[in-house]
Design a protein around this ligand. Sequence first.
Ligand SMILES: [Zn+2]
Length: 84
Amino acid sequence: MESPTDEVLTESENRYPGLRQQFADLKAMAEIACVHCDSPDTAVLVVGITGRTMSLADLSTRVKLVANREEPGERWCRTCTRAF
Ligand SMILES: [Zn+2]
């Protein structure tokens, strides 16, 4: 998976304190295969579209933003496009 550069992370952290840690936590959470199709290409669902969450989503495809929690589950499969 792609990783943001340290420079990008530092810039994000300056704008949103704690974001670097939050990103690390989300990244660790996303490293789980999809229960539907076993794909490793998954993301964590983050509810709420704000400057902070958009900044997180910019850092990685491992973060998927949703405006409201309509789907059950905390993770998103990018292969079969379902929550789990
Ligand atoms: Zn899947």
